[in-house]
Design a binder for this molecule. Structure first.
Ligand code: PMP
Length: 409
């Protein structure tokens, strides 16, 4: 596990963490929304624009070739990070949202017809609901929803019962952005495959907190965003098994994704370019690769155990506050702590914590259907990264206690 001295050293890699807001030292606990960036990632962006900037895959000139080499090397870094079998299985997108939209659109176009079913879970982010709903509406598909128990855990037996001969794909989050629940995705994938159903894993909240090995999982598709894993905004990843990506039609048309074009007919490029229409964000991809190298050097397992310990500490600390209720008490949880305090609206809690320099998120966290299942309007959510400390958790707890006192006075 990471020691406090190591955390202090790592914190120094993140320039923004020294910022003050309202004259208070920033305590950034909104990492599930986006993570802060280490200096090496910020420097990589500058380095790309000051040394190798040129459009990739197009030019015969030196810079273009060098930029292409960097871009393809970035793809290999992503491939290794999630242990994909081939770089052809790594598609750069704009983010997890675009990755899921790509699969929803291309998969449903190719493999679904009226009456077919897509199975999701009750704890999905809007990004893993709406793209499927849009296809369901267009093609006459049915969207089924696997329920959760009172702790916020998926009920596996019921998920399996919801699989019918018409089920084509299960789309499920690895870690819930609201509850912190770690879903048993290996078990879900095994169940799905026994029924010849494909699985898409929304890994937007997991790749930064736990080791993800797509071959060991045997998932068919997996999506994540660079900005939640210490990389830049505007880039994301879609992993897909080569056989499925080959079978899917392109998502968008344009440059890069073609082999040849005439006014009559276009033949498409090979993988992964078939899914990368237009100039890719090669600068973003290079900076994402830098973030992944940075994490790998620290050690994702070390990060996981430190964050786990921090979450336990925070859970204990906040649980001791009278009137505070933790939302999401799954046995397996990571890095997300949602709560409500009796008599204090989440928005007021978030606003007043902000005045103390503490950044948390309030509201439905892009999971309105889950809020309805839980019978609440929203939560306050503190979400942790490895650069957060016990002292910051103490400040959060003290802040909540002060606010509760204000409201009770
Ligand atoms: N899925 C989950 C579980 C998320 O938490 C998020 C981001 N909050 C997304 C998908 C979408 O990610 P992005 O907005 O980066 O595309």
């Amino acid at each position: 596990m990471l020691k406090q001295t190591e955390i202090d050293k790592l914190r120094a890699d993140f320039p923004i963490l020294t910022r003050e807001v309202y004259g208070k030292q920033l305590v950034y606990l909104d990492n599930a929304a986006t993570t802060q960036k280490p200096r090496c990632v910020i420097d990589k962006i500058t380095e790309m624009y000051t040394t190798v900037n040129a459009n990739v895959h197009r030019g015969v000139h030196f810079l273009s070739q060098e930029a292409t080499e960097v871009h393809e090397a970035s793809r290999k870094v992503v491939q290794q990070f999630i242990h994909a079998a081939s770089p052809n299985e790594i598609v750069f997108t704009r983010g997890a949202t675009e990755s899921i939209n790509l699969v929803a659109s291309s998969f449903c176009n190719a493999f679904c017809s009226e009456g077919d079913e897509i199975l999701i879970s009750a704890m999905e982010h809007h990004s893993n609901i709406v793209p499927w709903q849009m296809q369901a509406e267009r093609l006459g598909l049915k969207l089924r929803v696997a329920p959760i128990n009172e702790r916020g855990e998926l009920i596996l037996e019921q998920l399996e019962q919801l699989i019918t001969p018409r089920t084509k794909l299960i789309a499920v989050t690895h870690i819930s952005n609201v509850l912190g629940t770690v879903n048993p995705i290996k078990a879900i994938i095994d169940i799905a495959h026994r029924h010849d159903v494909l699985v898409l894993i929304d890994a937007a909240q997991s790749v930064q907190h736990t080791k993800v090995d797509v071959q060991a999982l045997d998932c068919d598709f997996l999506a994540f965003s660079s900005h939640k894993i210490y990389g830049p905004t505007g880039v994301g990843v879609l992993y897909g098994k080569e056989k499925w990506l080959n079978a899917l039609p392109p998502y968008q048309g344009g440059g890069e994704m073609i082999a040849s074009v005439s006014f009559e007919k276009t033949t498409y490029n090979t993988l992964p370019y078939k899914f990368e229409a237009g100039t890719p964000d090669y600068v973003g991809a290079a900076a994402l690769a830098e973030a992944l190298r940075y994490l790998t050097a620290i050690g994702i397992d070390k990060i996981a155990s430190y964050e786990q310990e921090l979450l336990s500490y925070a859970t204990e600390k906040l649980s001791s506050i009278a009137g505070l209720r933790i939302i999401g008490t799954a046995a397996e949880k990571r890095s997300v702590l949602s709560f409500l305090v009796e008599g204090v609206h989440p928005y007021d809690m978030g606003t007043l914590l902000d005045r103390m320099g503490i950044a948390v998120r309030t509201g439905h966290h892009c999971a309105e259907p889950l809020m309805r299942v839980l019978g609440i309007d929203g939560t306050v959510r503190a979400s942790f990264a490895f650069y957060n400390t016990r002292e910051e958790v103490d400040l959060l707890a003290e802040g909540i206690v002060r606010i509760v006192k204000m409201f009770r006075a």
